[in-house]
Design a protein around this ligand. Structure first.
Ligand code: ZN
Length: 185
């Protein structure tokens, strides 16, 4: 099967698997918007040369958020794609604070493929804080998320300068969006 045909097949599977999931922003965007943004960043970062990584990017939250079995991903899209998706999936049996701590700790040991997806994922999520924040997230919660994402990304650096620059710009935008306006007096 041609690469681009398989990429579309993965997008189609992702759209169906995440059909009821929404992003946290006020617009309640379909979750697919996030998956396409991450996949598009990964495609750009790899100059369109790595279709399997783009497929893994489209499916990166399928196990974590929808409990899609890794065997199903392996059967449909191959073992390599399934392995990458497993590598970017948090262990949901742990509590949230522990999962967040482990993301920081494990980031430097991840494969190059997993690091690229994680960089794109954090970029998409931090962009959302700047441009489509959740109405339920306080300023502190948004600042805490940005600080944590920066710590994870610290362990992913040296992988894709372009993607790391996209992340840094997203952080700047998000931090600017949260700055208290200066008084004119
Ligand atoms: Zn994600």
């Amino acid at each position: 099967m041609k690469d681009w045909t398989t990429v579309l097949k993965a997008a189609d599977a992702a759209a169906r698997w995440h059909v009821h999931q929404r992003r946290k922003g006020a617009a309640q965007e379909p979750y697919m918007n996030h998956l396409l943004e991450v996949a598009s960043l990964v495609a750009d970062a790899t100059h369109g040369q790595d279709p399997e990584l783009v497929i893994a990017a489209l499916l990166h939250d399928a196990i974590e958020d929808q409990g899609v079995p890794s065997e199903l991903i392996a059967r449909e899209f191959g073992n390599k794609v399934a392995e990458i998706v497993v590598e970017v999936t948090d262990d949901k049996s742990l509590d949230k604070a522990e999962r967040k701590r482990l993301q920081v700790e494990h980031a430097p040991q991840k494969s190059n493929a997993a690091k690229i997806i994680k960089l794109a994922d954090k970029t998409s999520n931090v962009r959302a804080i700047a441009f489509a924040p959740s109405p339920d997230w306080s300023v502190k919660r948004r600042l805490d998320y940005i600080d944590w994402a920066k710590k994870v990304v610290q362990g992913l650096r040296g992988t894709s300068p372009w993607l790391e620059a996209q992340f840094d710009r997203a952080v700047e935008d998000a931090e600017r969006s949260l700055a208290v306006p200066r008084s004119r007096t």
